[in-house]
Design a protein around this ligand. Sequence first.
Ligand SMILES: C[S@@+](CC[C@H](N)C(=O)[O-])C[C@H]1O[C@@H](n2cnc3c(N)ncnc32)[C@H](O)[C@@H]1O
Length: 248
Amino acid sequence: MAKQNIFDNETFFEGYQKLREREMNANNLFEIPELFRLLPDLKDLRILDLGCGAGEACMEYIRMGAKEVTGIDISEKMLEVAREKNSDPAITYICMPMEDIGKLEGGFDLVISSLALHYIEDFKGVVNNVNRLLKEGGRFIFSQEHPVVTCHSDTYGKRWTTDENGLKIHVNLANYGKEGERDTTWFVDNVKIYHRMFSTVINDLVECGFAIEKLVEPLPSDELLQKYPDYYDLFHKPDFLLVKARKS
Ligand SMILES: C[S@@+](CC[C@H](N)C(=O)[O-])C[C@H]1O[C@@H](n2cnc3c(N)ncnc32)[C@H](O)[C@@H]1O
């Protein structure tokens, strides 16, 4: 199965770094706070982070009391930043595609993944391995681009229908039921993501032995909307899906 390493592309990497440096990006405002709200008490836990990127979250898990964190990522460039900025004796960074995590030793209390699983073609294969790597009762908590977002491809035309003044009326949705690879442009052309229906994500988890504990589709608060009115977009279509599941 195809494995893409777009974060090692120089142009993509620079664009992505600049986006994450903007304090008020959607990750910092919505995705990260909601992901952290889903976490249990991390004290003394062994954690695996899939697609850990620059390791900010790995470092935070240690600050929150985790005993040991293993961060894996397919991108050497991202791991270089992680090792430079977010290293700790209790964190091990490994350059590895998450499709290969079956090679790791198990016994994790918690597997976390933030915005990386939509780059994976074989979601169910990864979920199956996550289940095997977790202790009984262990949790899998992750965020991904929401299925109504992964559904879109640049070849399907404009994302929004707007009025004569350019104001967004609604999002355009097409081919939601056609799962699989989508080519999109994000800093560079031909960035591949994989679209799965909401039901596929949930059914794959259940079929691999997980019980769903909570789902979140983050929305802006009134206060946040006053400061950043553009995030009203999230009422038209959610950008993120967050899942908290337990090995049952
Ligand atoms: C949007 S970034 C998120 C990074 C980090 N989790 C965070 O929230 O800051 C996605 C990360 O997933 C990694 N990734 C993409 N495909 C992967 C794969 N097949 N195996 C492991 N990591 C992958 C990328 O290299 C990148 O670091």
